[in-house]
Design a protein around this ligand. Structure first.
Ligand code: SF4
Length: 119
């Protein structure tokens, strides 16, 4: 990459830090990034892009709760959403979402996709 290209890219990123985000991703992800960019500013501040993509941004990529056999109260010893690799907590509203299934989840929940958190 030439120096002029690097400078141009840095200027572009200074204007829009998400300018290159998702450019090599599948079309649905690119569209989800675009939908996030078009949200009102306050909504974007309340919903970080990663949370948007993992949450409401990419429903076609997620399994529904029934198919995943999701339950709000795990009956499998030692396996709950709270210690699963795929659970995310949105700090601003303290709600949990999952990168694998649609909708909100409970820390006490479980589904057949459970996987231990990486250490
Ligand atoms: S994959 Fe299943 S067990 Fe893991 S966080 Fe998501 S819903 Fe919970």
């Amino acid at each position: 990459m030439h120096l002029e290209d690097i400078i141009r890219r840095k200027q572009k990123l200074a204007e829009d830090p998400y300018a290159d985000t998702g450019q090599n991703a599948p079309p649905e992800i690119q569209q989800a990034v675009q939908r996030w960019k078009e949200l009102p500013e306050q909504k974007r501040l309340d919903t970080p892009l990663l949370y948007w993509l993992l949450g409401s941004g990419t429903p076609p990529y997620k399994m529904d709760k029934e198919e995943a056999q999701y339950t709000n109260n795990s009956e499998v010893e030692g396996q709950v959403c709270h210690n699963c690799e795929f659970a995310y907590l949105k700090i601003s509203n303290k709600k949990f979402i999952c990168s694998q299934i649609s909708g909100e989840i409970k820390p006490s929940g479980w589904c057949r996709l459970w996987k231990p958190q990486k250490k």
